[in-house]
Design a binder for this molecule. Sequence first.
Ligand code: ZN
Length: 285
Amino acid sequence: MNKMNPLSKYTKVEVLYAKLVSNDVIKYPTGVLVNDTVECGICARSARDELMFNNPDALMNGEAVANVIENCVPNIADARKLFVPDVELLLIGIKLATKEKEYHIEVDCPECGHHGAFERNLQFLLDSAELLEEQPELLLEDVGGLLLKFKPHTWEEYSVFGQKMFQQQKKARMLEDFEEMSDEDKMEQFSQIFEEMTKLSFEMIVANIESIETVDGDKITEREFIAEWLGEQPAFILKQIREKSDFINNVGVCHDMDVGCSSCGHEWTIQNLQFDPSNFFEQSF
Ligand SMILES: [Zn+2]
């Protein structure tokens, strides 16, 4: 808004405050945060922000979420470089600041198939979010005492991976419906898709490794060196790395919820709840 407009100082009101999940334990490069603090004031979404969420391309490539966070959280200068757990927390904060109280979840009962709808209290999600106390590490005694340090994906990395995965899934769906193709050719194509997806999950793990330190004090941060090294590791090492990588990607806001079926009484835990912005935000006016 034009600074000459006497209303200009009434546009952004910080409604609530939240601490980032990364908690300065994993540091941001300069230029991501405006002030040198992980305490962020959060403002409500404007009508302009709502419009951004109506653009499917902007949603898919992550731009909509990045722009809305930059608009609503004055302490964030570059939302593309934010870690995903911080993005999730801020999205929930923005919803709360916009006077929304619940996150709506729909799921079929695994016992009887009854379609159920549940509400997740957003204030609870924000209050119960676990902040990082220390950076997750893995000491590999079996591999000469290498020390791996982990970091979450940035929103930019996550969006690129998400789009590539989506492309492969789309290809697989198209193949299923493609009747003119022989089964042999289909198998060939499916195995290519499978290979691509395996490669992608591998790259995603590499992106979770911030650095590898040797006992001599060398610190390796180059992606290509880490990827090359990781590709040579046996399954039992990969498993330990994957566990750390899963942990760091899911830190922060709780991704599980205990629910019960209103039809048969079955109780279970919904896991891997994703606060996916493409279905997370609803039109509020
Ligand atoms: Zn049921």
